[in-house]
Structures are given as C-alpha cells and as structure tokens.
Ligand binder design. Structure first.
Ligand code: C5P
Length: 221
C-alpha cells in the first residue's frame, strides 16, 4: 500500500543543468545530472502530489505521472517557473542553474585565431531569489552545492533567498552531489540544522526530504 501523504499538494520541482549558448555549436553548462530532482519528482508523484518538473537537458527518462516542462537556458527556466509559481504549494529547486551566460551569443560559429580568448559573461536571473521575494503561500526549498564552508553558505543562502528549507551538500565528498546515484546532505531551516543523513540513494534522500516538507506544510495550513 503506497503512502499518499502528499495528496492535494501541487509541487514544482526543477532539475538538471542549464545550457547557455556561446555560438551555434558551443555552450556553457555544469556537471548536474538531474538525478536528484528527478528522484524528488518521481517520489512526490508516487505519494499523491500533482507534480510539475521543469528540467534542463538530461539523459534521464521522465518520471511517470509528472508534467514535464523542458527548458534549455536559465532565462527559459525562469519563465517556466514564474509562470507556474502562483498555482503551486511547494517549490523544490534542485536544478543547477547557470549563474552567468555569455554576454554575446554569436550568430555564426566563432573562428579560432588569437592564442588567448576572453569571454565576457553576464549574470542570469536568480530564479529562487525572485521566488523568495514574491513568496505568498508557497513553501520554498533550495539546494546548495558547495565545496567549502557548507553549513555557513547554505544558511546564508536560506536567509538571502527567503527559503523555508535548504538542502546542503558538499560536492567534494565521494558519493555526494553531481552525477552520483547517492547523496550526503544536511537540511537547515531558519533556526539551524534540521536533519543530517548518511550517504543514501538519491531516491531515499528524496523520500526523507518530502516527509520533512509534508510535516511542515501540513502543520501551517
Ligand atoms: O546561489 P546558488 O546558485 O548556489 O543557489 C542554489 C539554489 O538556488 C538552488 O536551489 C538553485 O536551483 C537556485 N538557483 C536559481 N537560479 C539561479 C541560481 C540558483 O534558482 N540563477
């Protein structure tokens, strides 16, 4: 018998990396596989939530019973997420969104010539920060992939982006973060550490995280 503790909740999940074009054949991206976000979307749907998954390009199969919105750039993810935002109860931002994109997208393939080349980059919109600023009834969960001072940076992010929970992982640890099927995370709220779990399959991290969210969302509503 399946647990249906998320029935009636509309959950928006973002996953994967974004790709920021430089010219018709090149782009900037990062090592996110999308596995954590897909695991969350799949588990949330299994437990009865209505799920929208906004995803960058990944090699993964879309989960069953989930509405999938495919995007490529940070700007496209921003638009898809903001569009759905008024109609959802929970947002879980597992995507690794590019912080910068090439300032100029060349119409033709760039030719090689000089020995060195400097690329000018500009900031992309911070999606989660915008959601935090425009928060009404929504419960906001962010991810923080860090390589140092994990707890400090995660809590600083939670406050700056007006989040309800932040899931922090040290991506330098074996079996944590990008590409792996497992993750090692700690969860924080405004008051500090909420939970710290050992190395677990991403499916199990997703299940535990959704249980924490369910408790908190049900408590206030
Ligand atoms: O600041 P940083 O990028 O490390 O924050 C990570 C969190 O913010 C993640 O939940 C990520 O999905 C979200 N984010 C975002 N838009 C950006 C950058 C990050 O929503 N442009």
């Amino acid at each position: 018998a399946g647990q249906r503790d998320l029935a009636g909740l509309r959950i928006l999940v973002t996953a994967g990396a974004t790709q920021e074009a430089l010219d018709p054949v090149r782009y900037l991206t990062n090592r996110s596989s999308g596995k954590m976000g897909y695991a969350i979307a799949e588990e949330a749907a299994r437990r009865g939530a209505e799920v929208i998954l906004v995803t960058g390009p990944t090699a993964l199969e879309p989960p069953a019973d989930v509405r999938v919105v495919r995007v490529t750039t940070a700007q496209e993810m921003y638009e898809a997420v903001l569009d759905a935002y008024p109609r959802v109860d929970v947002v879980i931002k597992a995507a690794a969104v590019a912080d910068y994109r090439p300032k100029t997208v060349h119409a033709q393939k760039m030719k090689k010539g000089a020995e060195t080349l400097v690329l000018e980059l500009e900031r992309t919109p911070d999606i989660l920060q915008t959601l935090g600023e425009r928060k009404a009834h929504q419960f906001l969960v962010g991810f923080a992939a860090e390589t140092e001072r994990v707890a400090d940076y995660a809590q600083e992010k939670l406050k700056r982006k007006n989040l309800d929970l932040v899931v922090a992982n040290d991506v330098t640890q074996e079996g944590a973060g990008f590409g792996a099927d497992t993750n090692i995370v700690a969860v924080y709220d405004r008051d500090g550490l909420v939970a710290e779990w050992p190395k677990l399959p991403k499916r199990e991290v997703a299940a535990r995280l959704l249980s924490l969210i369910a408790q908190r969302v049900r408590r206030v509503s």
